[in-house]
Design a protein around this ligand. Structure first.
Ligand code: MIC
Ligand code: SF4
Length: 643
């Protein structure tokens, strides 16, 4: 029986476990990446492990999220990360060099390698044929120290692509189609592998758009083969030596098959407030818009920008629309400047932003009240833009650009013939904003620069045998990490300060939560299905930890958030019977006894609701490794014990 591409790479990297669907496997990690909003914590954790030098083939620290410096905090964090990188053997991509995923694709990703990153959109690397996975900062810290990364051995979905995209229909429309079919929960526990004749028609940046937004399916990752198109891209980046051809065997067996004829894909938009709320433009109609934002790790490649420039050439942005454009990397921005496209964008009235995440993470460009904003990004969760009642639609750069001119949502196919857009034979290469680490000898004298906003990792304690506390919060389905630990320009500077950031925990859902939880001292949170979807931010576990949350009981979890809870030593429980969700309300008095024994034996855990006089059976599916982590009070304590 042949192998899928995913199986080939995973098997070649296995260091622990048995390759059996659904069981836990440990894989060796070749490369890591961090960004600044999660990086400070990851490096504090790495320091706490006491390992002097990273043990990966390549680790890169990027500064791209917290680039709005409205106080000392972000700049201090950048300096801290820069100094840690220098000392511990990590490459440092300075602010201005671009968005981590775009730069990593251009300059560092290698087909067939494994990459984990403290950002949920790390699967962008799948566009180059990598197994690239988003993870919590602590998992990345462990991988930097040479430790394995653990995942559930995934089911593998084949997305069989045939045909060719019609003019003005984009890779973004393909991933929107996949999201429409599979939903934001549809990829949990799965790797999405793209195959078929249609693959050849997509360039590496287009493939990367698709694997990037595969994160919104809840998938472990997504991957494309490494073929001639990959070679062309790497050649143009002067990295052909990094190329290896990779594909699935023709008789590989998949768990699920999705067929997509690229020729039948239509321009679409993900409507508020979920990336899977996808409708064809024809169904939404000529909606009047207020804002257009082009950029983010999903759609900020040179090819995307060249298409936008072609559409905007010689025209002016509609008077009722604000258009912002953030090219994804210094390489992209530089090439736009050199070939004149930047002048076209400026001429048309675009507000050019630095190469960074910017509006995607609510760092500026929040829309007006009830404003309708078309964005080429990957997430449109409520409030994420910084405007609570903002209406965010996720679209391709083509849709964004033409609509910016007309002032209404517009189908780009009305542009008529499309010229051939091709990647350059050679990209402009200048890695002068990537600082290499100091040599082992020099590293000894490198001083770590710590600002006053950088507070240590919160204290953890071994698992309690009895939890007796109240339910401090009850929430519904599809709670995102943007609900649990909101981002935005005001809160992001506190990412290195857990006590301070905790004051904003869950405030999107309930303003009083942080104060209430802190007063209670200990508590349990109750939620619905797909709890914790979205970001890899471990702050969504560390803030509840700081506020005394001992367990989270839900219908189901999103993958990265569940791992982050375990890593923080918070018990992740699920209802054995989902209807029991109705048997708990906020404020109820709850008791769980004999926890140590139940966790060790893997038996069901009984939660008594004293207020409602009910017994609720809870599941806590843990492997031997995750049991040990929970018992130790989190991954940091566990790693220290096991080093
Ligand atoms: C996001 O897109 O939500 C982020 C901001 O990039 C996060 C990381 C973070 O919260 O710092 C992610 O995707 O993991
Ligand atoms: Fe940055 Fe947005 Fe990409 Fe997250 S999704 S890495 S915030 S550009």
């Amino acid at each position: 029986m042949g192998l899928t591409l995913t199986e080939k790479i995973l098997k070649a990297h296995m260091v622990d476990g048995e390759f059996k669907k659904g069981s836990e496997i440990g894989i060796r990690i070749d490369q890591t990446l961090t960004q600044d909003a999660t990086g400070t914590m990851a490096y504090l954790e790495f320091e706490a492990m006491g390992i002097p030098r990273v043990r990966t083939e390549k680790s890169v620290a990027y500064i791209d999220h917290n680039t709005l410096q409205s106080g000392f905090e972000n700049a201090d964090d950048h300096r801290f990360i820069g100094s840690v990188a220098k000392k511990h053997g990590i490459y440092f991509s300075r602010p201005g060099n671009g968005i981590c995923h775009q730069v990593h694709l251009e300059r560092f990703g290698i087909p067939g390698k494994t990459l984990i990153g403290s950002d949920s959109h790390t699967p962008t690397g799948g566009g180059l044929g990598m197994i690239a996975i988003g993870a919590g900062g602590l998992d990345v810290a462990v991988a930097m120290g040479g430790g394995a990364y653990y995942i559930t051995c995934p089911k593998i979905v084949k997305v069989h692509l045939t045909g060719k995209l019609s003019p003005w229909v984009a890779a973004k429309d393909v991933i929107l189609e996949v999201l429409k079919r599979l939903s934001v929960k549809g990829g949990v526990g799965k790797v999405i592998e793209y195959c078929g004749e249609g693959v050849k028609t997509l360039s590496v940046p287009e493939r990367a758009t698709i694997t990037n937004m595969g994160a919104e399916l809840g998938a472990t990752t997504s991957i494309f083969p490494s073929d001639e198109v990959t070679l062309e891209f790497l050649k143009a980046q002067k990295r052909e030596a990094d190329w290896t051809p990779l594909s699935a065997d023709s008789d590989a067996v998949y768990d699920e098959i999705v067929e997509i004829d690229l020729a039948s894909v239509e321009p679409a938009a993900a409507c508020p407030h979920s990336p899977d709320n996808v409708k064809p433009l024809s169904e939404i109609g000529n909606m009047k818009i207020d804002q257009v934002c082009i950029g983010s790790c999903t759609n900020s490649s040179l090819l995307d920008m060249l298409k936008v420039a072609y559409i905007l050439k010689g025209k002016t942005v509609h008077p009722d629309v604000s258009l912002s454009i953030a090219p994804g990397s210094k390489q992209v921005l530089n090439m736009l400047a050199q070939n004149g496209a930047l002048g076209i964008l400026i001429d048309a009235g675009a507000r050019i932003l630095e190469s960074a995440c910017g509006p995607c993470i609510g760092m500026g460009q929040s829309p007006n009240s009830k404003g309708i904003s078309l964005r080429t990004f990957n997430r449109n969760f409520e409030g994420r833009s910084g405007t609570k009642d903002g209406q965010i639609y996720l679209v391709s750069p083509e849709v964004a650009a033409i609509s910016a001119l007309t002032g209404v949502l517009t189908d780009p196919r009305t542009l008529g013939d499309m010229p051939k857009f091709e990647l350059p034979k050679e990209f402009v290469i200048n890695d002068n904003m990537v600082v290499p680490p100091a040599s082992e000898e020099e590293a000894k004298s490198v001083e770590i620069l710590r600002g006053p906003n950088i507070k240590p990792f919160p204290k953890t304690a071994p698992l309690l045998d009895k939890i007796e506390c109240k339910c401090s919060l009850k929430v519904g389905d599809n709670i995102t990490t943007d609900h649990i630990m909101p981002a935005g320009a005001k809160i992001l500077p506190l990412r290195s300060n857990i006590p301070a950031i905790s004051k904003f925990c869950f405030t999107v859902c309930d303003e009083q939560f942080p104060e209430r939880a802190e007063k209670l001292g200990q508590s349990i949170i109750v939620g619905g299905a797909n709890y914790g979807q979205g970001s890899s931010r471990e702050h969504a576990a560390l803030a509840p930890l700081h506020l005394g949350v001992k367990a989270v009981l839900v219908k189901s979890f999103a993958r990265i958030h569940r791992s982050n809870l375990i890593n923080a030593g918070i018990l992740p429980l699920t209802f054995a019977n989902e209807n029991d969700y109705d048997k708990i309300n906020e404020g109820d008095d709850l008791v769980i006894e004999n926890l140590t024994e139940s966790v060790k034996s893997g038996k069901d855990i009984i939660l008594k609701n004293k207020t409602q006089n009910a017994e609720i059976v809870c599941k806590c599916d843990l492997t031997d490794r995750t049991k040990a982590i929970i018992l130790a009070g989190g991954l940091l304590s566990y790693t220290k014990e096991n080093i």
